[in-house]
Design a binder for this molecule. Structure first.
Ligand code: ADP
Ligand code: MG
Length: 236
């Protein structure tokens, strides 16, 4: 069983009476433990796809199977529940709450979940991204790379099988971007499935497989021949 299966997946937005077809029918599978980069020009449907994979939105056609369950037709409440348990999100702009410490930011998904609120797990997540000594700093007291590492820790606290990043290195300089890729590779080596959108070929080469989109269609699906290995451990 694949972790993710898209079958002829479609998404058409409606703006008034106008139909905007953003995904025109894409099919692929992603197995447990993969590291996938999604590429393609602006407007090709990458974010739309990530929103569907992350159960943030519902397809208008086709089927989306996540972890063995058909997630295409779930109610909003059921989708929120699935999202909370199965998906970790990392965004281009970090999306941290400015007044909260790194610790509290990282803990947030736990607060929205029915599972236990386990401070030890939050500390472990921050440690796994090399930030145990910055736990009580607020985002403003952290560099961009450190803020994104807090966001990665936040994506991990509910221990979801998959972490999604929509251009997670897009707001970082290239050295810092590679540091974030080192963390993703480390997580992937430990068995986490990682899926990121990027428009930077150098960043995509850190994944193991590249899906390319164009005009709402899957243009190519290729294994990365020579995966670039980022520095193995994030520096503190
Ligand atoms: P990408 O992330 O590859 O740049 P998107 O998935 O954001 O592409 O967008 C794909 C297409 O769908 C674009 O034509 C975009 O304008 C359109 N689109 C995206 N989101 C919406 C929306 N919420 N409402 C209407 N059209 C949208
Ligand atoms: Mg996008």
């Amino acid at each position: 069983m694949a972790l993710i299966e898209a079958q002829d997946l479609k998404k058409t937005y409606k703006i008034g009476t106008i139909d905007v077809p953003a995904l025109k029918g894409v099919s692929f599978k992603i197995e447990y433990g993969e590291f996938v980069a999604i590429m393609g020009p602006s407007g090709s449907g990458k974010s739309t796809l990530m929103n569907l994979i992350g159960c943030l939105d519902r397809p208008t056609g086709g089927k989306y199977i996540l972890d063995g369950f058909d997630a295409s037709k779930l109610s909003d409440a059921a989708r929120a529940e699935v999202r909370n348990r199965k998906i970790g999100f990392v965004f281009q702009s970090f999306n941290l709450l400015p007044k909260m410490s790194a610790f509290k930011n990282a803990m947030l998904p736990m607060m929205y979940s029915t599972g236990p609120k386990d401070a030890k797990k939050v500390r472990e997540a921050l440690k796994s991204v090399g930030l145990e000594h910055r736990m009580h700093h607020t985002p403003m007291q952290l560099s961009g790379g450190e803020q994104q590492r807090v966001a990665v820790a936040r994506s991990l606290v509910n221990d979801p099988p998959v972490v999604l990043g929509d251009e997670p290195t897009g707001n970082l300089d290239s050295t810092t971007g590679v540091e974030i890729m080192a963390i993703f590779q480390h997580l992937n080596n430990e068995g986490k499935t990682v899926i990121i959108v990027t428009h930077e070929p150098d960043i995509a080469q850190h994944a193991k497989r590249i899906l390319r989109f164009r005009d709402g269609l899957l243009e190519s699906d290729e294994a990365v021949e020579e995966q670039l290995i980022a520095v193995p451990k994030p520096k503190d």
